[in-house]
Design a protein around this ligand. Structure first.
Ligand code: ADP
Ligand code: MG
Length: 365
C-alpha cells in the first residue's frame, strides 16, 4: 500500500523558481509518468519526492504520513537513474544484494531476495557475471533488481531507458510495464519522451516550466488536451495549429474563419469567447483526410506502410501534416486538398487554454 501526495510543492534555486505550486494525488499501485521538455523540473520533483532535495515549500505524504522532513532512507522509496551506477568489480548477484549487505541481512535472506528479484527480471543465469559482461538492457535490469530487493513502497525512475538504443527501449518499456503489474507497486517514472509516457503510464503529468499543465490518462490527454502545450506535446506527428478568427457564437459552438476565408462551426463550449477573438484551431494529422477544405503543396511524403505521413505547406506559408492511409495516391510536389470533421477539432484561445469540446470521444467498448 502506498499513496503519494504532493501538496503545494515549490522549489527555488536562488532566485530561480523551478517548480511552482505542484499538487498531485497519486493512487496506490498506480504507474504515473512525469513528462515534459528538458529543464521543466521533472528530475527536481522526483528528487524532492525521494528526499534528495528539499522543497522550498509544500508537503509530501506517503500513505498519508508527512515525510517532508524524513531522510531518504526512511521514506520507503527506491530510485533508479539513467546511469546504472553498478559496481564493476562486483558480480550481478552482489550488485543486486548491495542494499541488503548494507542492512546486514542474514545470508539466507539475501539469497532468497536476490533470487526472487533475478527471477522476476530474468537475470538468474547472469548472477555470477560482472556488469561488464552484460548488455545495456541487462545492466539496467540489474539496477532495477537492486531497487526491488529493498521492497520499497514507491519506485522512482528518472529516464532509465534513455541510454539504450531504440529497439531495446521498446522492449524495456514493455518489461517495465509488466514489472509494475507484477510488483503491484506505486511507480513514478520521469521521461521527456511522450511515446514512453503514452505507452507506460496509467496517468500522465505534463510539466511545463515548473508547473503542471495537465494530469490525466493517456487518452484523456489525447482527446481532451487542456492547453495548446499539451495538445502539441502529446501525439505523433504533432497536432496542426491553424490560426483563425471567431466570427460567430451559437448553440452549435464557435464559428471561425480561417486565413483564406473558409468558415467552420466547431462544437465547443463558447463561454468566455467573443467575436473577433483570434484563436488556434488544432487538428491532429490522423484527423485530416483528402477532401475540399485546406490546400497544401506536398513537400515530403513518408510512406511507413500502413500510413503515409504527408508534410506540406499552405499558400500562406503555414506548415501542415496529415497522416493518410498508406496507399493514398498523392505525390510530392503536387497540391493536396485536405478536410476534417469539426468535432475532431480543438480550439485554443490566445492564452493557450482549450475551449472545452462538446462531444467527448469515448473509448470504444
Ligand atoms: P528536467 O529533469 O525536467 O530536465 P531539472 O529538474 O533537472 O529538469 O531542472 C529544472 C531546472 O532547475 C533547470 O533550469 C535546471 O537548470 C535547474 N536546476 C536543477 N538543479 C539545480 C541546482 N542544483 N542548482 C541550480 N539550478 C538547478
Ligand atoms: Mg532530468
Amino acid at each position: 500500500m502506498a499513496t503519494l501526495d504532493l501538496q503545494s510543492i515549490s522549489k527555488s534555486f536562488g532566485p530561480a523558481e523551478v517548480l511552482t505550486g505542484i499538487d498531485l494525488a497519486i493512487h496506490d499501485k498506480e504507474f504515473v509518468v512525469f513528462v515534459g521538455p528538458s529543464g521543466c523540473g521533472k528530475s527536481t520533483l522526483l528528487r524532492i519526492i525521494a528526499g534528495l532535495e528539499a522543497a522550498t515549500q509544500g508537503r509530501i505524504l506517503i500513505d498519508g504520513v508527512d515525510v517532508s522532513a524524513a531522510a531518504p532512507v526512511d521514506r520507503g522509496i527506491a530510485m533508479v537513474f539513467q546511469s546504472y551506477a553498478l559496481y564493476p568489480h562486483l558480480s550481478v548477484f552482489e550488485n543486486i544484494a548491495f542494499p541488503l549487505r548494507v542492512a546486514r541481512l542474514p545470508e539466507a535472506e539475501v539469497k532468497a531476495k536476490v533470487g526472487r528479484a533475478a527471477d522476476i527480471l530474468q537475470l538468474t543465469d547472469k548472477l555470477p557475471l560482472k556488469p561488464g559482461q552484460l548488455s545495456g538492457g541487462q545492466r539496467q535490469r540489474v539496477a532495477i533488481g537492486r531497487s526491488i530487493v529493498r521492497n520499497p513502497k514507491v519506485f522512482l525512475f528518472d529516464e532509465p531507458l534513455s541510454n539504450l538504443d531504440a529497439a531495446l527501449r521498446g522492449e524495456m518499456r514493455v518489461e517495465l510495464s509488466a514489472l509494475q503489474r507484477q510488483l503491484d507497486a506505486t511507480m513514478v517514472y520521469v521521461t521527456h519522451d511522450q511515446i514512453e509516457a503514452m505507452t507506460m503510464a496509467q496517468r500522465i503529468v505534463v510539466l511545463n516550466k515548473g508547473r503542471i499543465e495537465q494530469f490525466g490518462t493517456p487518452m484523456e490527454l489525447y482527446h481532451h488536451p487542456a492547453t495548446k502545450f499539451v495538445a502539441t506535446f502529446i501525439g505523433q506527428p504533432n497536432m496542426n495549429l491553424l490560426p483563425a478568427t471567431v466570427t460567430g457564437l451559437g448553440p452549435d459552438g464557435v464559428t471561425v474563419e480561417f486565413h483564406g476565408g473558409a468558415q467552420m462551426t466547431i462544437p465547443v463550449d463558447t463561454s468566455g469567447a467573443r467575436k473577433g477573438d483570434r484563436v488556434d484551431v488544432g487538428v491532429r494529422p490522423e484527423n485530416l483526410r483528402l477532401g475540399q477544405g485546406l490546400t497544401m503543396r506536398l513537400r515530403v511524403l513518408e510512406r511507413l506502410g500502413g500510413t503515409a505521413i504527408a508534410y506540406g505547406q499552405m499558400e500562406d506559408g503555414l506548415k501542415l501534416c496529415a497522416a493518410l492511409p498508406g496507399d493514398t495516391a498523392v505525390h510530392e510536389g503536387e497540391e493536396v486538398a485536405l478536410t476534417f470533421t469539426p468535432a475532431d477539432a480543438h480550439v485554443f484561445d490566445q492564452t493557450g487554454r482549450v475551449m472545452r469540446r462538446r462531444q467527448a470521444p469515448a473509448l470504444a467498448a
